[in-house]
Structures are given as C-alpha cells and as structure tokens.
Design a protein around this ligand. Structure first.
Ligand code: SAM
Length: 251
C-alpha cells in the first residue's frame, strides 16, 4: 500500500521543523494575511489545524489559548513543548462542540482529497459566529507546478497536492459556512542569501534529489525571486479564505 501523507510527514516532520527553527523569519509574511483576517485577541480560544510543529504561537497576543492539532507525531515529537498540543486526525478532534472562537489553518489541507469532513469538523468546533481562516495553495497559481512538478521530481516521496479552487468555496458553504472573503495573496519568503533560500527549501520540502544549483534553477523557473531590503525574497502566493459559522442555524 502507498504511503499516506501522515506517514510521509512522520518521516520528514523533523526536517520541516529544522527549516522553521533555522530560518525563523523566512515565512513571516505568510503568517500575516490570516492574522489580519482573524483579528485574534488574547481572550480568544484559537485552534491551529494542522499546526505542524506549532509555529503560530509567536504571532499571537501573549496569553492566547492555542490548541495545536496535527496528525503526525513526527512534527509534534520534535521538542515542541506546548500543553495544548493534540495529536489527532484533523476531522476527529477531541474537543467539545463550540469550544473554539477562531480556527487558523495554513498550508495543510492540500493533501486532503475530500476536504468536507475537515470543514464539517471545523464547523462543529467553532462557536456560533466563530471564524475559520484558511490559507493554502490555489490551483493554477505559481506554487501549483512548483509543488506538483518540481518538488514531486526532487523528493523521493513525491508530491501530489489537491489544491484549492472554486469548489472549495462551494464545499465550505455546503458545510454551513458563510464566505466573507477569498483572495489570492502574493508575498515573499525572505532569506539573508541565496544559499539560505536553497537550504530552507531543501529542508521544508524534503528535496533530496538534485544539486543546489538545480534546486536554485527550479525556484527561479517556477517562482522567481528578487532583492528586497538587502534580503533575497522568493515569490510565493496562497489563497486566503475567511469563512464564518453563522450566529444562528439557517431555517
Ligand atoms: C506543509 S505542513 C503545514 C504545517 C503548518 N501549518 C505550516 O504552515 O507550516 C502540512 C501539515 O499537514 C499535515 N498533514 C499531512 N497530511 C495530512 C492529512 N492527510 N490530513 C491532515 N493533515 C495532514 C502534516 O502533518 C503537516 O503538519
């Protein structure tokens, strides 16, 4: 039987955590758009799903209660000390109905063929009026062929992403959500130098095939980069969706 993405991330979660630890500001601009949409207050109960190695905490007001939920032990076992870490499937989370104010979901659900069981679980977890912020790769964006062609060819475990498209909004609505906004947001991942950019991508995407020069050429071909404030800025973009659980059930 083929490996599931849970198995794959169990194996390479530690490399992903290393990338995030060694280049702590590289993805700052990626965390911001959902934060702007969700307007998280210290009094909010937040769920980060799937959380990977719990990278959200530094971006939230001090004292915010965050549940970090991920199915892969490989991410969570890696020195993450957080009393609210939950190792569970993201459509079967051991939290009670209506216990969460805001869900933050970044770059995690493009491995789900059917995203509706996850959306239904988010609807169950949220309080009436609660917000669901979802940011992930959009079909036909610059990131789509970078992951499904370049990463697929340069990682022995491959990469098959089922990216967000118009059906994602229909699915969210079918699960009871009201769509507040949906926008493709371009930004950059930022590094001190090109060597750092290549090394980060190797770790984050598990690129174990090809020389550094080949990886750099792939990044330039599919994504492109520029100089910005003395840094190397690698282009990236994600679809950012804000959805709301209505205050009252529709009739
Ligand atoms: C690219 S990481 C994103 C982690 C973090 N949110 C971030 O932005 O860095 C993808 C996450 O999805 C989780 N994942 C992989 N396959 C999954 C699946 N089939 N169902 C749910 N989560 C999955 C992995 O464990 C991993 O934490």
């Amino acid at each position: 039987m083929g490996k599931t993405y849970r198995d794959i991330f169990n194996q390479r979660g530690n490399l992903y955590n290393q990338a995030m630890a060694q280049y702590p500001g590289a993805r700052d601009e990626e965390f911001t758009p959902l934060l702007k949409l969700l307007q998280i207050q210290a009094s909010d109960v937040v769920a980060d799903i799937p959380s990977g190695g719990c990278y959200l905490k530094p971006y939230l007001p001090t004292g915010t209660l965050i549940y970090s939920v991920d199915p892969s032990e490989g991410f969570l076992a890696d020195g993450v000390s957080n009393e609210h870490v939950i190792n569970a499937e993201i459509d079967q989370i051991p939290l009670t109905d209506g216990s969460v104010d805001k869900v933050y979901s970044l770059s995690g659900i493009h491995h789900l063929v059917d995203k509706k069981p996850f959306f239904r679980e988010m609807y169950r977890l949220l309080k009436p009026g609660g917000l669901f912020g979802l940011s992930d790769v959009a079909k036909d964006s610059i990131v789509d062929p970078f992951l499904n062609r370049f990463v697929d060819e340069h990682n022995t475990q491959g990469h098959v992403g089922i990216f967000l498209d118009a059906s994602t909004l229909t699915d969210l609505e079918a699960c009871g959500f009201e769509i507040i906004s949906s926008e493709l947001v371009p930004y950059t991942w930022n590094f001190d130098d090109r060597k750092g950019m290549v090394h980060f991508c190797r770790l984050l995407f598990g690129l174990n095939i090809g020389s550094d020069e080949e990886i750099e050429r792939g990044i330039e071909h599919y994504l492109g980069s520029e100089s910005k404030n003395g840094k190397i800025a690698m282009h990236w973009e994600l679809l950012c969706i804000l959805a709301k659980k209505p205050e009252t059930k529709p009739l």
